[in-house]
Ligand binder design. Structure first.
Ligand code: FOL
Length: 201
């Protein structure tokens, strides 16, 4: 079965990722990194897929949804109620939006002849389920470590667990190079009251 890449931005040291259904920050350059990494393919005839939980779908501003240039798969335990609520958005976008009730069925739904890489893009419930119950389906973690002096309130966290090892920066650089993105990003960045750095596990 196809494996996935998990991509997340988390506040160090507690690995907070969200508050009240939204990202706890607005980092333009970090969002550009997310968009470029999840969209770019080495093979121009293929697209990537982004798999997300239902609440993450709802958290994305309507004007950015579905995430363009990528096949979007929404996971929900209640596919029919999701379709009841979002059938217009789903039908309008044809094969670019799919709904599934588990990661495994999402991966079976995808035609891997035309998909290059599958990204799990959250949220907390999906990340933690996948890491705990099906770690064998995860190829790599792309983790942005965010730091700030501010007191940020968080109510959603990712638990990476002990299985994973942070790789040296050259591993992150080779991964980007494989997508033709080698010189587009620096590993260490700052924006407003935040510093953030890109890592691969
Ligand atoms: N991973 C990382 N590294 N950073 C994130 O912010 C992130 N966010 C999510 C999952 N993994 C992440 C989930 N949340 C959009 C909004 C929220 C969201 C993911 C994506 C979104 O609107 N994305 C647009 C870009 C919008 C813009 O350019 O401002 C996209 O096209 O990807």
């Amino acid at each position: 079965m196809t494996k996935v890449s998990l991509i997340v931005a988390a506040l160090v040291p507690k690995y907070g990722i969200g508050y009240k259904g939204q990202l706890p920050w607005a980092l333009k350059e970090e969002m550009r990194y997310f968009r470029r990494i999840t969209t770019q393919t080495a093979d121009k005839n293929k697209k990537n897929a982004v798999v997300m939980g239902r609440k993450t779908w709802e958290s994305i501003p309507e004007r950015f949804r579905p995430l363009k240039g990528r096949v979007n798969v929404v996971l929900t335990r209640d596919v029919s109620s999701f379709l009841g609520r979002y059938s217009e958005e789903v039908e309008k976008h044809g094969d670019d939006v799919k709904v599934a009730d588990s990661l495994r069925s999402a991966l079976q739904t995808l035609d891997m002849d035309i998909i290059e890489e599958v990204f799990v893009i959250g949220g907390a419930e999906l990340y933690n389920d996948v890491l705990r119950t099906t770690p064998e389906l995860v190829d790599r973690l792309l983790v942005t470590e965010v730091r700030t002096e501010k007191e940020l309130e968080m109510d959603a966290f990712i638990n990476i667990g002990a299985l994973w090892r942070k790789q040296d920066p050259h591993v992150w650089k080779s991964y980007l190079a494989s997508k033709g993105l080698a010189n587009e990003f620096s590993q260490d960045n700052y924006e407003a009251d935040f510093r953030f750095s890109y890592h691969i596990y």
